[in-house]
Write a protein that binds this ligand. Sequence first.
Ligand SMILES: [Zn+2]
Length: 212
Amino acid sequence: MLQPFLYNHHLNVIREQIDVLLYNVSHLVDADVKAAVQHTIADKLLALFPTLSKEQHAFIDEIRYLDVSEIEHFLERAQKIVIPFPELANNEIEKLFRKSKKVKLPYSYPRTITYLGWNDIQSKRKYLIYPYKGDLVGVEGSYTILNQRTTCYLCGRYGEVAHVSSRVHDHEDYHTVGHYMCVDSVLCNEYLKDTAPLEAFFEKVHNEALNA
Ligand SMILES: [Zn+2]
């Protein structure tokens, strides 16, 4: 059996591309054009992975030859091979936010996520946990909910966002790093298709916090 090798953001891209594929397959008449769309999407998905085993490659590559019912089923199969986000107990979470007191998760979280994020309504702080360079790292910032919709820095979704501002120590000075992020981090994770913004955010906030 194929072992989990997809991350949440891969699944989001697959979901999006499966939608495109289903739309095209049901609207296009010309068989050659349909086949061309399938090949394009297969290539696009294969390009998400710098390395793949033979079995992993074969799984993605199947997209080229699936019929409509198989395409519909493909997403379910992909969901079964997503690497789950670690299950964290409250004491483990506290360790990731040593400078803060009584950091607690307000809910049990879904495991198909790229990062774990939540808001503490009382202290107006947003907490984020992400496996940055292989280690789970926690960063936090104060947040203010915007009264107009705009684009989230992390997932690119247009919707309800908060301005999240983290204080970092950069050599001699303190300064802040601020971004608009989805108010609802669970929803954010459903739209996240690229980890580059998360990586950049953690790089900046975590590295500079380490120097503090
Ligand atoms: Zn978002």
